[in-house]
Each structure stands twice: as structure tokens, then as C-alpha cells.
Write a protein that binds this ligand. Structure first.
Ligand code: NCD
Length: 301
């Protein structure tokens, strides 16, 4: 059974194949309009989402498949106390593929254990968000022409941001990448991610100063401070607004830099940046859907 739970051990061969298919779908969408005819995708979202859920649903519908699921666990039997294992067993007997988002790290893996159909991790707590990474990689590959030889600054909530861990672990498969990890005190990247980076010989530095780092960066990857993961709300209040990218700060960025963000943004990128041709965050949304189409095809057939 094939699942997508993590990209930590992603091979270049796997990525190249997936990306080639993504590009082909983008070029010839009509050829894929019935590829998943008769197949059902279940989207089980135990946490809020706009992009990821709609992106999965749009992806399946564009492949000719059908969708069902919930976006509010209060309307499912979870509210009656049903275990995740039982919910998955039930849903897997109706669906051909499952995308699950949960507030708990490890839930996607648990779901995969009980599912008779492929499971996709659509975000598990502060752990991983591999399909956002597919959107990110697709954007980098298309906008830069390749995924190699660049300096990426990742700024914001590196502690709780699951897109950060997923991106860093997947980028390890590509050569010549240097990381600048930019976080306010208290939101530094977790130790296990640094250990992973060390074990893979990745080149990185850590700083609190986004503005000083900017002129050197080929990719500026902003992230939201993950309010919902804070046990103490006052701490969030202290840290919100730590980094705000504006048209003014970006004057010092490289002319061909890429500005990325998994979205939703709160105030990390001001709206005066949106018209900047270097802004790639809405590309990430669009390309993410095609990457998910490619992923669904690779898992289902
Ligand atoms: C991210 C997530 O859910 O982790 N959103 C997304 O799916 N694009 C990022 C975030 O919520 O900050």
C-alpha cells in the first residue's frame, strides 16, 4: 500500500517522476479529466483549512473523481468518542483514497496503519505537511528552472510550523542548498530538525535578523506564527508581528529572489508586496493543486 506521510526519504527519482506528471497535467489537463472516474477521495479535516482541503477536492474533481468528507469533526462520529482507527476503517471501506488533517502529530501515520486505501498526510499537528512541500517544490522548480544551488531564508515560526519541517527534510534530496533559519526567541527550529540537517551535511545558519539576511537570499520563505499551538496566549501576543515583509524591505532583496509563503498570512507579508513579480505565494496555491493531482494519480493507479 502506497501512502504519502512524509517526504523525509524522498528520492530524486520519485520527485522527478511526480513533477514530470505535474507538468504534463498542467499542459494537457483535458487528457486527465477522466483519469479518476469512479474513484472517491475522502477529505477528513479535524483542523481548519481553506487551501489544502479545497486543493485536494479540486484536484480530485479535475481528475474526474468524486469527493466526500468533513471539515468539522463535530459533525462526525469523533464527537461521539469514536477512535481515529475506527473512523479510518469505516471511511476506507467507502473511499479509494484518504487525505487527513489532524491537530495531532503522528495521526496520519496511525491512519495509514488502519486504512485499506492510500492515506495522504494533509498536516499532522506541528509535525509535517508534505503536500504543501510538493506545492513549494513545484513552485521553485517552475519559477527557478531547477531545485538546486540557492540560498533559502525560512522565517517565522520554525518551532511549530509543519511546513518548515516538511520543506527542510524534502530539500535535503537536492544539491547546493544553503539555509538561513530566521526565528524570534522561543520559536527556533526544533533540535531534531537540526540533527537531521547535520546528519545530511546541510549547510545552515541561524539568526533573528530577517532584514540583515534579505540581500543574500534567493528564496525568502515566510511563515505564520502558529497561534493555535501556543499553550500560553500571552506568548503568542508577544511574538506576533515578529517579521513583516514590506515593499520597502524588499528593495534590498535580489532582483530575481522568490518570495514564498504557504499561506494563510496574517501580517507576515504586507499587501504592497503582492504586485511584486518576485511574489510567488499565489503560484504555490495554483501549482499545489496540480501537484496534488499528480500525487493522487501516483497513489491510486
Ligand atoms: C499551513 C498549515 O496548515 O500548516 N497552511 C497550509 O496548509 N497552506 C500553514 C499555516 O497554517 O500557517
Amino acid at each position: 500500500m502506497k501512502h504519502l506521510l512524509t517526504l523525509e526519504n524522498m528520492t530524486r527519482e520519485w520527485w522527478d517522476k511526480l513533477h514530470a506528471k505535474t507538468l504534463d497535467i498542467m499542459a494537457h489537463p483535458e487528457q486527465y479529466a477522466e483519469s479518476c472516474k469512479g474513484k472517491l477521495l475522502a477529505t477528513l479535516f479535524f483542523e481548519p483549512s481553506t487551501r489544502t482541503r479545497f486543493s485536494f477536492q479540486a484536484a480530485m474533481l479535475r481528475l474526474g473523481g468524486t469527493i466526500f468528507g468533513f471539515d468539522d469533526p463535530a459533525t462526525s462520529s469523533t464527537a461521539k468518542g469514536e477512535s481515529l482507527a475506527d473512523t479510518i476503517r469505516v471511511v476506507a471501506s467507502f473511499a479509494d483514497i484518504i487525505a487527513i488533517r489532524s491537530p495531532n502529530a503522528g495521526d496520519a501515520e496511525l491512519a495509514a496503519k488502519y486504512s485499506g486505501v492510500p492515506v495522504i498526510n494533509a498536516g499532522d499537528g506541528a509535525h509535517l505537511h508534505p503536500t504543501q512541500t510538493l506545492a513549494d517544490l513545484t513552485t521553485i522548480a517552475i519559477r527557478r528552472g531547477s531545485i538546486c544551488n540557492f540560498k533559502i531564508g525560512i522565517a517565522g515560526d520554525l518551532k511549530y510550523g509543519r511546513t518548515v519541517r516538511a520543506l527542510v527534510t524534502a530539500l535535503a534530496a537536492f544539491p547546493g542548498i544553503e539555509y538561513v533559519l530566521i526565528s524570534p526567541p522561543g520559536l527556533d527550529i526544533p533540535r531534531d530538525v537540526l540533527e537531521f540537517m547535520d546528519s545530511r551535511g546541510l549547510k545552515y545558519s541561524q539568526t533573528r535578523d530577517l532584514e540583515a539576511a534579505i540581500p543574500d537570499l534567493d528564496i525568502i520563505y515566510m511563515t505564520r506564527i502558529q497561534k493555535e499551538r501556543f499553550a500560553v496566549p500571552e506568548l503568542y501576543d508577544k511574538l506576533k508581528g515578529s517579521y513583516i515583509l514590506t515593499a520597502e524591505t524588499l528593495r534590498r532583496a535580489k532582483p530575481d529572489a522568490l518570495i514564498m509563503h504557504p499561506l494563510p498570512r496574517v501580517d507576515e507579508i504586507s499587501e504592497d508586496v503582492d504586485a511584486d513579480p518576485r511574489a510567488a505565494y499565489f503560484d504555490q496555491v495554483r501549482y499545489g493543486m496540480y501537484a496534488r493531482m499528480s500525487l493522487i494519480l501516483s497513489l491510486i493507479s
